[in-house]
Design a protein around this ligand. Structure first.
Ligand SMILES: *Cc1c(COP(=O)(O)O)cnc(C)c1O
Length: 396
């Protein structure tokens, strides 16, 4: 049996490497991958007891799997959450976290600046099931106050946002939400459990696309939802048990190994991103440069009060619009053009024509995604090589 009370006292580095490890009878050093859909019972009576939940054991991998459980418990330790469920992707996590607790007629208030597919769920999918959704400008507390002056069931937000790096005052919004009776769901993908702890500011549920920094090496999709034991057991687990957005044991194993190096990788991501952001400050042709750890970021003070470093993503706008953006992307020799982020490889993308092309031009303009807007996910390569690559692309 794991002594979780003991493990909760461990420092984060120890939790990341050893937390929630369960060895099989073979005494393996490294965590095992349990690629099995089902489990066997010694007797028919045991099967009956398992299904009646009189005994606690694995019955079917849609409901639970030893490798997936190691990932869930280790991430819960790192986040300081009571419970966690791993899911097949970040979008499965976002959808499950909202759909498991919302019913027709209830209100959801969401920040406008959210990931493209999250926007689809809030703007198009949930309203089809009778959920009333209202969008607010995340940085404008007056809009949150107004929207949360009515009884509300849930709040959904992302901070920093993708790709505009907009910061939302987590404590202020969570306080308003509490008064409105709403549960706050925070998409913490950009900050990771290393840089920001939404629960400390009053959030009720934290969701991750583990595809990003938690894997961190571009290998597989995954997601996670964290919250109280009551929320995870009573609301989320029945929803995923019966709808099946299950995380595969293999992917859970990749993500579990990712957690071991997450903090080290985040340190390098953040150091390099800050160095590159400072280099870009001197670059001509950039009309807007956003990085939370630059003093010029409009919400720099808020970023510093909520996060412990600036993250891996820098966004900037080129004066020359789409043509200039495409020229810059096409000239890069090291940094790859890709819509993923949080990878060991530096990746760059043009949100207006890729990740956020589904939005109307008005919606894009509202969240600052102009035609010259670029998102750069800074990887783990040598920072001078990356600056050199950007400089040669700007120069030619
Ligand atoms: C990528 C991303 C998602 C979706 O995650 P997937 O693993 O691709 O499904 C959700 N939210 C944010 C902020 C993201 O960056």
């Amino acid at each position: 049996m794991i002594d979780f009370e003991d493990q909760k006292q461990w420092a984060r580095e120890t939790q990341a490497v050893r937390g929630a490890t369960e060895r099989s009878g073979f005494d393996e050093t490294n965590e095992a991958i349990f690629m099995t859909s089902g489990y066997v019972y010694k007797t028919a009576e045991e099967a009956e007891a398992a299904f009646k939940q009189k005994i606690d054991r694995f019955v079917y991998s849609r409901f639970g799997n030893p490798t997936v459980r190691m990932f869930e418990r280790r991430l819960a330790l790192l986040e300081g959450a009571e419970a966690c469920r791993g899911l097949a992707s970040g979008m499965a996590a976002v959808f499950a976290a909202l759909a498991c607790q919302l019913s027709a007629g209830q209100r959801l208030v969401a920040a406008r600046a959210i990931f493209g597919s999250c926007h689809y769920i809030c703007a198009e999918l949930l309203p089809r099931f009778g959920i009333v959704v209202e969008f607010v400008d995340g940085a404008d507390l007056d809009q949150w106050k107004k929207a949360l002056s009515k009884p509300t069931h849930a709040v959904f937000l992302e901070s920093p946002s993708n790709p505009g790096l907009e910061m939302i005052d987590l404590k202020a919004v969570c306080d308003l939400a509490r008064k409105a009776g709403a549960s706050v769901v925070v998409d913490n993908v950009f900050a990771t459990p290393i840089l920001q702890k939404p629960f400390a500011f009053g959030a009720d549920v934290v969701v991750y696309s583990a595809t990003k920094h938690i894997d961190g090496q571009g290998r597989c999709l995954g997601g996670a939802v964290l919250g109280t034991t009551a929320f995870i057991t009573d609301k989320l687990t029945p929803f995923i048990r019966h709808t099946g957005p299950t995380l595969s044991a293999f992917n859970a194993w990749v993500l579990l190994k990712g957690l071991e190096t997450l903090e080290l990788r985040m340190q390098r991501h953040c150091e390099s991103a800050l160095t590159i952001a400072k280099a870009l400050e001197k670059q001509k042709g950039i009309t807007r440069l956003l990085y939370p750890w630059l003093a010029s970021h409009p919400q720099h003070a808020l970023a510093k009060s909520q996060m412990s470093a600036g993250g891996s993503v820098i966004s900037f706008e080129l004066a020359g619009g789409k043509d200039a953006a495409f020229r810059l992307l096409n000239r890069l020799k090291i940094i790859d053009i890709s819509n993923n982020l949080g990878d060991a490889k530096s990746l760059i993308c043009h949100p207006a024509t890729t990740t956020h092309q589904r939005l109307t031009p008005e919606d894009r303009a509202h969240v600052g995604i102009t035609d010259g807007f670029i998102r750069l996910s800074v990887g783990l390569e040598n920072v001078n090589d990356l600056i050199g690559d950007l400089e040669q692309a700007f120069a030619s």
